[in-house]
Design a protein around this ligand. Structure first.
Ligand code: SF4
Length: 309
């Protein structure tokens, strides 16, 4: 019977999140023994130090968020709007906004548009999204980022909005944040690629087009775009939703509370369990919160296992 802290699933998740050194039980195994238990990450010669991870982010091709100054964890007193904005996977910083955008009064969605979106099947919904100009972001994008991989996935991951690389490529969660998401999924036995709907996820964002200058999505943009995501969820019919980042969490829970108060709860999205956690881009900058993300993944795993999935 292994030490409870050496449960293989727990170890795999910690390893994927880069936390194993912080979680080694002092009285169980020495680090060399623990390292021998862990599966290697592809391309990783050794577990990096926190400093090493930051350097990798800065140097990664396509990484847009890795200057040393920005990688430093913000002081506790600075965990305000600017810090919450970094939970999204966008590029260069923008000046802090004066007030959170998520709960301002949005323009109402045209009822005809709502009915149209609700009637669309998968491929027409994709075409509708790529043609959409319902908000001002539609005229600024390179690509509308609809989503990737298995349309019958058991788990659906919902991010916030495309960043510069996502806009250029047309896929969600690319770059360093995407790699961390892949590692987090792998720790749960999931992947964004593959044929098996039980083992693959579907990944989409609340907002399909990139907000310019890395700014936060505005209320009218969320309001106009949210019906597309809702229709995607209806068509994928996942057994679990995982909302990453403040805007995804608030959009799906309907709450204006900060993400720290939304996580670690089993929400219900029209009958589908919903778990809220931090955006991988935020975790890259705030590695001390990876332990919280790990706890959120455990909650998600428990909910899935509770369904017999
Ligand atoms: S962000 Fe959404 S609502 Fe706005 S143009 Fe793009 S697809 Fe349409």
């Amino acid at each position: 019977m292994p030490h409870p802290l050496l449960d293989p699933r727990r170890l795999a998740m910690l390893h994927a999140l880069g936390l194993e050194q912080a979680w080694v039980p002092r009285d169980a195994l020495d680090p060399a023994e623990l390292a021998a238990l862990l599966p290697p990450l592809p391309g990783a010669a050794a577990a990096p130090t926190p400093q090493g991870r930051r350097a990798q982010v800065s140097d990664a091709p396509g990484a847009t968020r890795g200057t040393p100054a920005r990688d430093a964890p913000p002081a506790a007193t600075e965990r305000t709007e600017r810090t919450e904005r970094t939970e999204r996977g966008h590029g260069a910083p923008v000046p802090p906004r004066e007030a959170p955008a998520a709960r301002a009064t949005p323009a109402p969605v045209n009822e005809q548009r709502l009915q149209q979106v609700r009637s669309l099947a998968w491929e027409p919904l994709q075409a509708f999204t790529h043609d959409c100009r319902a908000c001002k972001l539609g005229s600024m994008r390179h690509h509308a980022v609809f989503g990737v991989e298995h349309p019958q996935a058991r788990v659906m991951v919902v991010g916030e909005a495309p960043g510069a690389e996502e806009d250029r490529i047309g896929e969600p969660f690319v770059g360093a944040a995407g790699k961390l998401l892949d590692n987090m999924l792998r720790a749960c036995g999931l992947s964004r690629a593959g044929e098996d709907p039980v083992r693959t996820v579907y990944i989409a964002n609340v907002i399909k087009c990139r907000p310019p200058g890395n700014r936060n999505p505005e209320p009218d943009e969320i309001e106009q775009c949210l019906p597309i995501l809702q229709r995607q969820i209806e068509l994928v019919r996942p057994r679990l939703l995982l909302a990453l980042g403040r805007f995804a969490a608030q959009a799906l829970t309907g709450s204006a509370e900060p993400i720290g108060r939304l996580r670690q709860r089993a929400w219900d999205w029209h009958g589908t369990p919903l778990v809220v956690s931090y955006h991988p881009a935020y975790l890259l900058r705030t590695p001390q919160d990876k332990a919280k993300a790990w706890a959120d993944l455990c909650l998600a795993q428990d909910l899935l296992e509770g369904q017999g999935a």
